[in-house]
Design a protein around this ligand. Structure first.
Ligand SMILES: [Zn+2]
Length: 327
């Protein structure tokens, strides 16, 4: 899998430019941003780690979580996303062009992974609820395999899937819903890093679940290869899009505060090595300063790069993590 498949280089650069404009314009609301404590452990001992384009990044001394503070409230974030030029560009240009590649490299493998976890853990297959369903393609994929009797997709933004006998689409924020469901499994992909309060969101998820049911979600891992290497030069480290940067241990602290148990963390990410190699080629970092990495990621070619990625996955060192836990 390659970064260019899902984010073609030329479009990626245009999107980044729009994103920078969005982020800069949004700073006109900075006076209304609020100070927060660590979104993982809740402690207040923190230091400024760095500033990037007007946003202040703090690091928690207790659990090493990085986070933007002061940060926009949920209300301000709604304004941001509804007027975001880069989000519109993504919906209208990048998504249609990379749709097939995304199906093949993201949604199908994601469904494989979830189904594998369902089988291994003997999880029921009556109802799956995907919160923050995005395009809805993961839910559609799960249904098309006849694996779950019913799938409910909760998504406030534009969603590409329509309700049918086996799929119910709820076009709203989870905070506005008052559902009385008994899901076997709740999923949530790449969302909590964006939220003003992950704690409040996860509490809402917890309420939605029944005792014993499973919650599976993904979010970036700040202590993975891509983010340790690129750090604040990563496009994934940018306000106000990503506000919370957990790691494989701090995410546990957050879940334990709510009451989740049997927490298992893995890092199934597949793009670290390719993204770091691309950033070298784009001149963002100079891997020649690290001759071993240069030799391995640039000179030796794709096969070794993929093997290195496999090593990262196996050792919880990728920057994309997946968490499986239960109520
Ligand atoms: Zn902390």
């Amino acid at each position: 899998m390659k970064e260019d498949d899902i984010r073609p280089f030329k479009l990626r650069k245009q999107e980044e430019k729009l994103f920078e404009e969005d982020a800069k314009e949004f700073l006109r609301y900075a006076k209304r941003f609020i100070d927060v404590d660590c979104p993982a452990c809740g402690k207040s001992n923190k230091k400024v780690s760095f500033r990037k384009k007007g946003y202040v990044f703090k690091r928690c001394d207790t659990c090493r979580t990085y986070y933007i503070s002061p940060r926009p409230t949920p209300e301000l974030l709604k304004i941001y996303y509804s007027s975001s030029k880069s989000a519109k560009f993504w919906q209208e240009k990048i998504f249609p062009l990379s749709r097939d590649a995304r199906m093949k490299t993201i949604y199908k493998p994601r469904a494989d992974l979830i189904l594998d976890i369902v089988l291994k853990n003997n999880i029921g297959r009556e109802l799956l609820v995907d919160v923050g369903a995005g395009s809805g393609f993961f839910g559609q994929e799960a249904v098309s395999r006849n694996f779950f009797k019913k799938v409910i997709l909760i998504e406030p933004g534009p969603i590409k899937i329509k309700s049918s006998s086996s799929v119910e689409v709820i076009n709203d924020f989870i905070e506005n819903t008052n559902l009385n469901l008994s899901p076997d499994i709740v999923t949530n992909f790449e969302l909590i890093e964006h939220l003003s309060s992950p704690l409040e969101f996860l509490k809402k998820v917890y309420v939605l679940m029944r005792r014993g049911s499973y919650f599976i979600f993904t979010t970036p891992n700040m202590e993975g290869f891509e983010l340790i290497t690129l750090f604040n030069r990563s496009i994934n480290i940018a306000g106000p899009n990503h506000l919370n940067y957990f790691n494989t241990s701090s995410i546990r602290l957050l879940l334990e505060r709510i009451g989740f148990k049997d927490i298992q963390v893995s890092t199934p990410g597949r793009l670290d090595a390719d993204i770091v190699a691309n950033k070298h080629k784009e001149g963002v970092i100079d891997l020649k300063k690290y001759p071993f990495l240069y030799y391995m990621l640039i000179q030796r070619g794709d096969e070794l790069k993929e093997q290195f990625q496999e090593f990262l996955r196996c050792n919880n060192l990728s920057s994309n993590m997946m968490v499986v836990c239960r109520k």
